[in-house]
Write a protein that binds this ligand. Structure first.
Ligand code: ADP
Ligand code: MG
Ligand code: MG
Length: 931
């Protein structure tokens, strides 16, 4: 995605080496070179829409400036030439005393980004030209209003002066005059205000406000370049994973004036409702106003519909243009316009942001309207949006309004009693109470409380704060930075606008919207979730279309059923086009059945360790404590039928589909009592005279099994090699379950997967044992069920020696969680809460490598293992298990790396299906742009 300075795919022909491009020379495809704003201004210009003339200084010029510390040579000449053209076109001269040309200088990067320099309007005004503007427009007030705006904007954004100083001067002027709005200020007031603003500039910047128009332009352009690297811009790019080396473009555009009286004004509009996707007239208009006035809330705007009464001619033209733009972009457009004395001007357009629901609805609707095809529709929705639509929601019929809003950091809907510290959260949770942990910010000390809470609310911090990162990792509902609330820890309460909430009071937190409500709001599963879980959406629902309509769902409607229908439709297409299969991680027959309803085509990871817990723990204890083969066999014999039943149930739920069963993986001490607890128990018994002999032996065993670093200790394949009979028992249970299912008329397809292999020798040894058991069962039953034996690739050594391992393994499955831990050398549980927030802040990562696959490091190991594994064993089936299998951006990587399937938790299966489909339709495009 990144290109070094001076190399841009948009301009293969570098001979011309132009840094400045007329609007009429560009197109919407050139966002990388011209920025989003510039590219779309060019597009509108070429459509023949009324765009004020202007030009764009390219991102290349910015990259040059940032690299070299000065403007590229020749830039000034180019700007001169283009300004001259602009002057000729408008018949006005920049900086002239009479009828001066004024321009705006606007930043505009490839992706729209907060933190970049704000636009400066009315550049070109100075003490000498303000009278000329007044004379030409016949409106002296307008001229002085424009001048005071220029000094204010220029002072703040170009000279870096605290904007509050200018605001205060304006407020003072209004107070002195006894008026509430800026419209109440007269020429004299504005003249005085200009003098005051100039004084502020002089005091704060140590220089006079520049009186040379061309100098104003150059200073503003340079300020735009420099704003690429503000802290806010950098932070935003980190969060959104936007490369730091793109640079921004600068647009210089002739001014049009919305502040020329009541027949002028400025507005914003959408071609559709961005919340629902419904076509219509959506927008706001403000008379006698300029630029940001309309969104700044300085005066009350009117709904766009009212423009029809105010200025029918302009309104009609705007409607025509909006329809034209939608037809042209084939998508929702968002628009800025200005009316100058009854003449409409288009100032900006772009494909508008939308909610997840609107994205799906609109995509499906545009297909219905014949505007786009299904492939394009699929490119326009994301797995992240689908995930959002799957979270439980607050019941919208409650009618309660939120008392505070924060940053939606981790989606979901949580209800619980307010607590202010971790200990209280843990205590109440232990009593079975649902709690919401409310903190100013969280730290690693709050982890137990965060785990115990149903939701987390903080009054500070953004999307990469500790609370946000950890909550997302835990899949816990979280809202951060709710600045409307003030926490009073001493009095155990917090206050918000009009409310006071004490410890124990119930609140509801919406992690999808950032809203916080008082009291309990009922939570309902989302309609999309209900539909997906019904299995009617995709593969499972094929041919059952008639039944699917049973819920009274009208295709194309824009209510809930519209979303459900749209999701179903795009899922079906994703299933049609994707190459990558999607399996699920499921350990129980219930999970397996759910995964199947969600559209999983098999189980990619069936963990067996939970099958040794609860009642069965004592057999594992016996196994560990056994002093003879006989005792050991007894424990294993007790476990065998239980395991066989486990597998029979899962194979039944997944009949006909592959079920990859992983042999026991965690260290055995996880099945033994806790060392400290047991040691205390024995010590107390000793005090009283006689510790239990069993406890003593157990304690000895626990001590012996204790490991400093269990993650890197006796686990995985290593267990199988040193605990005699354990693997044989598991394999026998699998094989006998398969025989039982076959006899019952089923089609079981079990596979046996060996975890944590580092070298081929380990696998060879274990395979000899496994094959012997399989042969034994086969002979005894007289039934042949083919059972493939493969391995996980979850250690760097396994990836690097995959060619040799593939000679023994019949399939590979990447365990990306362990592979990430061992590649980076950190343990997830220990580091994620401890220093990941700091790493994210410092930009070491843009996203946790446990959330999105580290393509550069872990991904490289995967590519090596795929290439060498398949070279050794052509057609080797390769999958991935671990949560990355359900992460939208990782799925694309796995698809492109040539894997056969991804496996993820049942709830992520739909997301993985969608992303696999999107990967298939965007692969040829070299990456899609979903920002
Ligand atoms: P942003 O990226 O923050 O939207 P813009 O560059 O769009 O900033 O400009 C801020 C405001 O000024 C917008 O309302 C825009 O329409 C208005 N504006 C920009 N250039 C001009 C111009 N040449 N004439 C009149 N208004 C302008
Ligand atoms: Mg704008
Ligand atoms: Mg593992």
């Amino acid at each position: 995605m990144s290109h070094p300075a001076g190399v841009s795919p948009d301009t293969p022909d570098r001979a011309a080496r132009a840094f400045v491009h007329e609007f009429s020379e560009g197109s919407k495809e050139q966002k990388r070179l011209l920025g989003g704003k510039g590219a779309n201004l060019a597009e509108m210009t070429n459509l023949g829409l009324p765009v004020p003339p202007g030009f764009t200084i390219s991102t290349e010029a910015c990259r040059y400036y940032l690299a070299e510390g000065h403007e590229p040579p020749g830039l000034a000449d180019e700007v001169d030439r283009h300004l001259a053209r602009l002057e000729a076109e408008r018949g006005k001269r920049l900086g002239a005393r009479e009828d001066p040309l004024l321009v705006s200088v606007r930043s505009g990067a490839m992706y729209s980004m907060p933190g970049m320099m704000d636009t400066v309007l009315d550049i070109g005004l100075h003490d000498g030209s303000v009278a000329g503007l007044a004379a030409e427009s016949g409106d002296e007030r307008f001229a002085w209003d424009s001048y005071r705006r220029l000094i204010q904007m220029f002072g703040k954004t170009v000279l870096g002066i605290d904007g509050g100083l200018f605001d205060a001067a304006l407020d003072r002027a209004k107070r002195d005059r006894g008026v509430r709005s800026d419209l109440g200020l007269g020429v004299e007031d504005l003249r005085e205000l200009v003098a005051e603003h100039k004084a502020i500039v002089r005091d704060r910047s140590g220089r006079e406000f520049p009186q040379d128009a061309r100098e104003q332009v150059d200073m503003a352009v340079r300020a735009v370049f420099e704003s690429w690297n503000t802290d806010r811009a950098r932070a935003y790019r980190r969060q959104e994973r936007i490369p730091h080396d793109l640079g921004t473009a600068v647009n210089v555009m002739a001014m049009v004036y919305g502040n020329l009286g009541p027949d002028s004004g400025t507005g914003v509009a959408f071609t559709r409702d961005p919340a629902t996707g419904r076509p219509g007239v959506y927008g706001d208009y403000l008379r006698d106003a300029q630029g940001e006035d309309v969104v700044a809330g300085i005066r009350n705007t009117v709904p766009l519909q009212e423009l029809e009464d105010i200025d029918k001619h302009s309104y009609d033209e705007l409607m025509r243009i909006m329809a034209r733009l939608e037809g042209h972009y084939k998508d929702l457009c968002d628009i800025e316009f200005t009316i100058e004395r009854g003449k409409l001007w288009m100032l900006q357009t772009r494909v508008g942001k939308r909610t997840a629901a609107a994205a799906f609805r609109m995509a499906a609707q545009l297909v219905d309207d014949g505007v786009i095809d299904l492939d394009e529709a699929l490119r326009r929705v994301t797995g992240a949006q689908l995930a959002q639509l799957m979270f439980p929601q607050f019941d919208r019929r409650s009618g309660i309004t939120a008392f505070a809003h924060g940053v939606p950091a981790s989606p979901g809907a949580a209800v619980g009693a307010v607590v202010f510290d971790s200990a209280e959260a843990v205590a109440r949770d232990a009593d079975g109470e649902r709690v919401i942990l409310v903190r100013q910010e969280t730290s690693p000390d709050d982890l137990p409380g965060m785990l115990a809470a149903d939701g987390i609310l903080t009054s500070r911090g953004g999307k990469t704060s500790h609370a946000a990162v950890v909550a997302r990792g835990m899949g816990k509902t979280c809202v951060v930075g709710a600045e409307d609330i003030a926490i009073d820890l001493e009095r155990r309460r917090f206050t918000g606008p009009g409310v006071e909430v004490g410890e124990g009071d119930v609140i509801s937190v919406d992690g999808t919207t950032g809203a916080v409500y008082r009291g309990e709001i009922a939570v309902v599963p989302s309609p999309v979730m209900r539909d997906l879980e019904s299995g009617r959406d995709g593969e499972a629902g094929r041919g059952a279309e008639g039944a699917a309509g049973g819920a009274g769902e009208e295709p194309g409607a824009d209510g809930e059923s519209g979303v459900v229908h749209a999701v179903r439709r795009l899922m079906r297409h994703a299933d049609d086009v994707r190459r990558l299969a999607v399996h699920a991680n499921a350990d129980t027959p219930e999970d397996a059945a759910r995964a199947r309803r969600f559209g999983a085509h098999g189980i990619g990871l069936c963990r067996t360790e939970h099958m040794f817990l609860g009642e069965r723990r004592r057999y594992v204890e016996d196994l560990i404590l056994a002093e003879s083969q006989q005792q050991r066999d007894k424990a294993l014999e007790a476990l065998l039928p239980l395991q066989r039943d486990d597998f029979t149930g899962i194979l039944e739920a997944m009949d006909g589909l592959p079920v990859t069963i992983r042999l026991i993986d965690p260290p055995l001490h996880e099945f033994l009592p806790d060392l400290t607890g047991l040691a205390v128990k024995v010590a107390v018994a000793r005090e009283r005279g006689a510790p239990d002999a069993g406890d003593l032996r157990l304690l000895q065993a626990v001590r012996k099994q204790h490991e400093q670093n269990p993650m890197l200790g006796l686990r995985g394949v290593r267990l199988g090699l040193v605990v005699p009979g354990l693997v044989a028992m598991q394999v026998r249970a699998v094989a006998e379950a398969a025989v039982a299912r076959t006899r019952a008329g089923g089609t079981p397809r079990p596979e046996i997967m060996v975890p944590l292999v580092g070298g081929v020798e380990e696998l060879e040894l274990l395979r000899t044992e496994i094959d012997a058991v399989l042969a034994d069962v086969r002979a005894a039953a007289g039934v042949d069920v083919p059972i493939a034996v493969g391995t996980m690739i979850e250690l760097p050594r396994a990836a690097l020696t995959a060619g040799r391992i593939a000679t023994v393994a019949e399939f590979f499955s990447f365990g990306t969680n362990d592979l990430t831990q061992t590649t980076w050398g950190f343990s997830r549980d220990d580091v994620e809460g401890a220093f990941f927030p700091a790493y994210l802040d410092k930009g070491v990562f843009t996203v946790s490598p446990f959330e999105a696959l580290d393509e550069e490091g872990v991904g490289r190991l995967i590519e090596i293992a795929v290439a060498e594994g398949r070279a050794a064993r052509p057609g080797l089936v390769i999958g991935v298990c671990g949560e990355h299998g359900g992460d939208p951006s990782s799925v694309r990587f796995f698809d492109q790396a040539g894997l056969d399937y991804v496996s993820c938790s049942p709830y992520r299966v739909p997301v993985a299906r969608l992303e696999a489909g999107r990967s298939a339709v965007t692969a040829s495009e070299g990456g899609s742009d979903t920002r």
